[in-house]
Design a binder for this molecule. Structure first.
Ligand SMILES: Cc1cc2nc3c(=O)[nH]c(=O)nc-3n(C[C@H](O)[C@H](O)[C@H](O)COP(=O)(O)O)c2cc1C
Length: 442
């Protein structure tokens, strides 16, 4: 059997990166509150063993730190982006398998109920519980090409979920096509997946590319898929739970509010409606949830975009060391070995050009840790020259949900030291500080 969520959890536990939560938690707010504590302290993967009112455990924070990302890619934290860039070069098509543990329990029609799942309510003003880690799989009704994405789904009743999907997001484009043909759009929602599948679902490929080919590339082997029971789609064979159903044509209903990735509530909007046809799952299924705006969410959304920025900066001829879109994905820090004065502006222009959501880009020297926002601030304070080092782009394309028109400007900050003045800017260090173990001195 191929690597799945369970084998990854076992790997995380062996590496000391899994936190079991043994006390029972309420899926309404309490689980999210404990999760947030873990996210802001240890950053470990969180496995909630007992969830009030449900048999199923709940897992979250599978992307809670760069160390966990490194575990996914079997590398060190500094090399995760380079590894992503090199692995994605050779796409590998998925293969179909006959059997999967996700078929251990199958409920169709009236027997199928979303109520069986420990859906989590994360935030105070969320309109009830949401599915937040569901990988939505569908096919373009004209071309037959598969699309895979993550979209939040709001609980409405035992067989109905609300779902937000808007063009230019590909699921939205595909739904419009189906609607124009007067057809419901068949979708499968796979929950409880190996991190690679979540990552590819959060990656925007050019329209018409199958994200599961990217999963093969990142895994280094074809992703195994299994057929659905009631719809003409395939899902990852390693999934814990699969909802099968369809998005109704010409139906929109109130959905939201929902505390989203920018840490604000998305207001109530008229959004799409998913009708359940079947649920299949493992006997001892693990439910998965993601807290919007957490570091996990940012890593999921950020990694493929960091890879794009990395590639674009390399193409300028720059000697890039690292790039980070954490903690907001609308701002980025890039470290380089500067070769000429003005190079940070070329670097920032490349980043803005390849990733339109980017609003701020800070370029720092190679001795600055871009994964440590304190270090980036230090570089800005101690090395940037505001008179020469700013570069503003007005009215460019920015983050698309922008009702107040505040996201279309871009600012780059050159926070590198002046060229050939390293003697004045080299950071002081204490010999041996890296290897000190304080316990030895206590
Ligand atoms: C946890 C999570 C929840 C998301 N929810 C939504 C959503 O509700 N609507 C949406 O348009 N995009 C959402 N996204 C972003 C899309 O999944 C992502 O942009 C994806 O690449 C879009 O797929 P596409 O390339 O097929 O358009 C979410 C991403 C994550 C990580």
């Amino acid at each position: 059997m191929q690597e799945d969520l369970r084998s990854f959890l076992a790997k995380a536990e062996r590496s000391g990166k899994l936190q079991r939560i043994r006390r029972e938690v309420d899926p309404k707010f309490e689980l999210a509150a404990v999760l947030k504590k873990i996210q802001t302290t240890s950053g470990k993967v969180a496995l909630f063993e007992k969830v009030k009112g449900y048999e199923m455990p709940v897992v979250s924070n599978v992307f809670g730190s760069r160390e966990i990302l490194a575990l996914i890619f079997d590398t060190v934290p500094e090399d995760v982006v380079r590894e992503f860039v090199s692995r994605r070069e050779r796409q590998i098509k998925p293969v179909l398998v006959r059997d999967s543990p996700v078929k251990e329990v199958i409920k169709t029609g009236e027997e199928a109920s979303i109520q069986a799942l420990p859906l989590v309510t994360h935030c105070e003003k969320d309109n009830g519980p949401f599915v937040t880690a569901g990988i939505i799989i569908t096919r373009d009704p004209q071309t037959g090409i598969r699309n895979v994405s993550i979209n939040r789904m709001m609980y409405k009743n035992e067989n109905t979920l609300g779902c937000r999907m808007m063009p230019p997001q590909h699921l939205g484009i595909i739904q419009v096509k189906a609607e124009e043909m007067g057809k419901p759009l068949e979708v499968a929602v796979a929950i409880g997946n190996h991190p690679i599948e979540l990552l590819v679902a959060s990656t925007t490929l050019p329209f018409g590319y199958d994200e599961f080919d990217l999963a093969g590339a990142l895994r280094g082997e074809p992703l195994e898929l299994v057929k659905c029971e009631t719809i003409d789609l395939e899902v990852p064979a390693g999934s814990e739970i699969v909802l099968e159903g369809e998005i109704l044509p010409n139906v929109r209903e109130a959905e939201g509010p929902f505390g989203d990735f920018m840490q604000c509530y998305i207001p109530v909007m008229e959004n799409h409606v998913f009708k359940l046809k079947a649920i299949s799952r493992r006997k001892d299924a693990i439910y998965q949830t993601i807290q919007a705006s957490s570091l996990e969410d940012m890593h999921l959304l950020g990694l493929s975009r960091e890879a794009d920025v990395y590639k674009a900066v390399i193409n300028t001829g720059a000697k890039i060391k690292a790039v980070s879109l954490i903690p907001t994905i609308l701002s980025c820090a890039i470290s380089i070995e500067k070769q000429f004065t003005g190079e940070p502006k070329n670097v920032a222009a490349a980043a803005f050009g390849c990733y339109s959501w980017l609003k701020y880009c800070v370029v720092v020297d190679h001795d600055v840790n871009v994964f440590d926002i304190n270090d980036v601030w230090w570089a800005m304070a101690s090395r940037s020259d505001i008179n020469k080092g700013l570069f503003v782009m007005e009215h460019a394309r920015g983050f698309p949900r922008d009702p107040f028109n505040i996201h279309s400007g871009k600012l780059a900050i050159d926070a590198t030291a002046p060229l050939n003045c390293w003697g004045e800017f080299e950071r002081k260090r204490i010999p041996g500080e890296e290897s000190i173990n304080l316990q030895d001195y206590l």
